[in-house]
Ligand binder design. Structure first.
Ligand code: ISL
Length: 510
């Protein structure tokens, strides 16, 4: 294992509720992850990032944490988490866990004490609410029986912490050490740009500084976290930073702050050669200014799966643009997702793979409303549940090997996933799974090689990685000539003689 492993790693996001269920209750668990480590080893990933597994009332699927130093019984025990860390390391897989510092669960002892009048300064209590709109839409203040209001940028079950309070800072520094001491290799930081609030709590006014998005003082927190990480060997801090302004974004990646952050600019980009090229160039240039590794992200547990996005007329993603229910061409989306995999796995930097994308899963848009769990649904009319459906592992019918028995899962799986199980795809050279396995294996040969663009016609992206590899992706509607090469290493779809068909990517030996 190299140092600075996060700079060019393939990092696989495990959503514990939906990865694998070992105890048969229809919800994924740590024992399930341990039982399926072989899948991750065969896929060839360097690290996994696990979404929150802490004790939680699950008002926001575990992003409402009641105790950062334990594991929710639905997922297992602290001993099992330690066993997972050990077993992953034995398989040469690093572990990144999720820390949610913006808020805690309303059942967290600190908030329970605050309700009783003790330690209210750990949160934001006021006599009057502001006009702020929450991240899921709706109000950010809830009134208590004593007529005071408390702040929550997400649901009322997620009261925001007051990061001006030194006790809050000390607590999270201690939590980081707790998990680093248990062997985790990195921390994914939830909602990383929201922690600091303007203590005057002014109204949100267009053209004036925002009271809670990306305040400069948030960087002090990450400088102190970096000092903690640096006291251990090879720990990485990875920020969830949604930030349209590229300079404001890379501020989080200065040498004494976070090691990396998710590239949501790329995730939201349309399937369009000019826009993608511009986004890639913007990414590379911005990261170079701070010496941080670029990251490439197509999907995660919050966004519409990219097989579905790329099969729509509008291929962008934004929380403000709800495309649910608009027509989807899944065959086209899958074809583009295959090409996108060869793009993201060959660009310089780290690549994130969200569980199920290696199987080519689309968004499950058919979840009956009465089964929807996501608190965003009531506020925005969009549910994130469609990308959180339990994975299909084997067999011809639900639960497709997710649970050992025919139990009802926490979210239903579509019957069409029969053809997309790990079992069905294994050994099929035309499957998404085998494409990912091969690409991740070949990637090891060039992942630290320099990248240079190759001139091509309109609608085509082409670049070299060192002396051996040239990559081409055709986003136009016509077949185009392949760049100069000696042999074909990997294609996302069959070539058309010497031509690269539309929505196809290829890795060539120069
Ligand atoms: O909702 C948004 C914008 O309106 C997002 O930018 C949102 O702030 C972002 O997706 C934060 O997500 C993270 O924190 C949430 C949790 O529900 C998500 O699952 C998590 O990824 C609250 O903890």
């Amino acid at each position: 294992m190299s140092t600075a492993w996060w700079r060019d790693a393939v990092i696989y996001q495990v959503y514990p509720r939906s990865f694998a269920d070992a105890d048969g209750d229809g919800i994924g668990d740590i024992a399930g992850i341990r039982s399926r480590l072989g899948h991750l080893r065969d896929l060839g990933v360097d690290a996994i990032w696990t979404s929150p597994w802490y004790p939680s009332p699950m008002a926001d699927a575990g992003y409402d944490v009641a105790d950062f130093r334990d594991i929710d019984p639905v997922f297992g025990t602290l001993a099992e988490a330690s066993a997972l860390i050990t077993e992953a390391h034995e398989a040469n897989i690093r572990i990144i866990i999720d820390i949610v510092p913006n808020h805690v669960s309303s059942k967290h002892p600190w908030f329970q004490k605050a309700l009783a009048g003790e330690g209210r300064d750990r949160f934001w209590f006021r006599n009057e609410p502001t006009n702020w709109t929450g991240e899921f839409g709706g109000k950010t203040w809830t009134r208590l029986p004593d007529e005071s209001w408390y702040l929550h940028l997400f649901t009322p079950e997620q009261p925001d912490l007051n990061w001006d309070n030194p006790e809050v800072r000390a607590e999270f520094e201690s939590i980081l050490r707790f998990w680093f001491d248990r062997g985790v290799d990195g921390i994914r930081i939830d909602s990383a740009a929201l922690l600091v609030k303007d203590p005057a709590l002014p109204e949100v006014v267009d053209g004036e500084p925002h009271p809670f998005h990306d305040l400069d003082a948030v960087h002090d927190i990450y400088r102190s976290w970096r000092r903690i990480a640096d006291a251990y060997p090879e720990k990485a801090l990875i920020g969830e930073v949604w930030m349209p302004d590229v300079t404001r974004f890379t501020n989080y990646l200065r040498p004494d702050e976070l090691h990396a952050a998710f590239n949501f600019d790329f995730l939201g980009c349309a399937w369009d050669a000019t826009l993608m090229r511009a986004c890639i160039d913007r990414t590379l240039a911005a990261h170079a200014t701070v010496g941080a590794p670029p990251t490439w992200v197509l999907s995660n547990h919050d966004v519409t799966r990219h097989v579905t996005r790329y099969g729509r007329a509008d291929t962008t993603f934004s929380f403000d643009n709800n495309l649910d229910g608009t027509p989807v061409d899944l065959a086209l989306g899958t074809r583009r997702a295959r090409a996108a995999a060869l793009l993201t796995l060959s660009l310089p930097g780290a690549t994130y793979v969200y569980q199920g994308e290696e199987l080519g899963l689309g968004e499950h848009e058919g979840i009956p409303e009465d089964l929807v769990q996501d608190p965003m649904f009531a506020r925005r009319g969009h549910t994130r549940d469609g990308c959180r459906v339990p994975l299909p592992w084997s067999g011809d019918e639900a639960p497709f090997g997710f649970s050992g028995s025919a139990v009802e899962l926490w979210l239903p799986q579509p019957a069409e996933w029969k053809g997309l199980t790990v079992q069905a795809q294994t050994g099929d050279p035309g499957s998404m799974l085998e494409l990912y396995r091969t690409a991740i294996r070949l990637r090891r040969g060039f992942r630290d090689a320099p990248m240079d663009w190759v001139g091509t016609g309109a609608g085509v992206l082409a670049y070299t990685r060192g002396p051996d590899l040239v990559v081409a992706l055709n986003l136009s509607e016509r077949a185009v000539a392949l760049p100069d090469h000696t042999s074909v290493l990997l294609t996302s779809a069959p070539l058309d003689g010497d031509l690269l068909p539309p929505d196809t990517a290829v890795w060539l030996r120069r």
